[in-house]
Design a binder for this molecule. Sequence first.
Ligand SMILES: Nc1ncnc2c1ncn2[C@@H]1O[C@H](COP(=O)(O)OP(=O)(O)OP(=O)(O)O)[C@@H](O)[C@H]1O
Length: 353
Amino acid sequence: MLWVDKYRPKTLDKVLVHQDIALNLKKLVTEQDCPHLLFYGPPGSGKKTLIMALLRQMFGAGAEVKVENKNWKVDAGSRTIDLELTTLSSTHHVELNPSDAGFQDRYVVQEIIKEMAKNRPIDTKGKKGFKVLVLNEVDKLSREAQHSLRRTMEKYSASCRLILCCDSSSKVTEAVRSRCLNIRVNAPKEDEIVKVLEFIGKKEGLQLPPGFAARIAEKSARSLRRAILSFETCRVQQYPFTNNQVIPPMDWEEYVTEIASDIMKEQSPKRLFQVRGKLYELLVNCIPPEIILKRLLFELLKKLDSELKHEVCHWAAYYEHRMRLGQKAIFHIEAFVAKFMSIYKGFLIATFG
Ligand SMILES: Nc1ncnc2c1ncn2[C@@H]1O[C@H](COP(=O)(O)OP(=O)(O)OP(=O)(O)O)[C@@H](O)[C@H]1O
């Protein structure tokens, strides 16, 4: 098991960071009046960990999960749609990622909440309990799906509670946000990351040279997951650790750096075609398209004349927005690369002739 999973705190009492949030969540559960919740914060900040610990606090061992591939037949007016989604479920909750259904996400939201409301659990005292539905990546849901979500949230509020999770709450409609208790999970500070790394090091019986954990934390861009993964990679590469040991960057990041230098070296249809192949490779390895675009922009900005930075940022934002509206991310990343090439080539010709 990877350390990120092995050392994920199971209960709210055991969390090493976000202890203040954990304390408030505990109060919420004991007061028996848990509202709908929206957890938001950057990747790797600890949202999923808090949600899992909260479920355990609510339902104890009943929150043990099993993975299922579920099929739904949804009646969509004149036709029936077949949907297949992977869910994680226990007797008390179901967790899924409705945006996986693409433009049919609206039907997933409607159908599943209806099904859950039908199978309402009964608690130990014989009273009707409520079921919890955990929806991940709600910021990626279409507008229609978010509207359905709002309606179903109201309609079934007596029988189920929603726990929504996303990176950015600004992409969740106001109507959904205002019906939830919003919980911001900040990226942990570097000293908090150091604390977690030292804890893992101790559990694994490792000797850490002074400042080693701090160096990993510094390179992690405040992502706890990333810091723990880097730490484990260092352990595999070399132990005992040394003071000057290199903290390896993630493979995909190196690959994006390579793409950025390809783009800077030559701006032509042939190079664009080669870049497309590399972008495809990242996408089939499940690197999210928004992250690729962001990282690519970051790498290009490092190499760019300051005169062009503003314009390039503008176009990156433009294509990022189009990517959210569309279905095929590759088109939009490639369009950004083509736009960049044209701007950069124009600049080179104007400057050097
Ligand atoms: N409060 C915590 N205390 C100690 N370790 C933690 C805590 N929260 C998270 N971690 C560690 O950090 C890792 C990443 O956290 P988690 O998966 O919860 O992040 P996330 O915000 O849900 O990320 P993403 O949005 O990318 O899914 C976990 O696997 C766990 O090992």
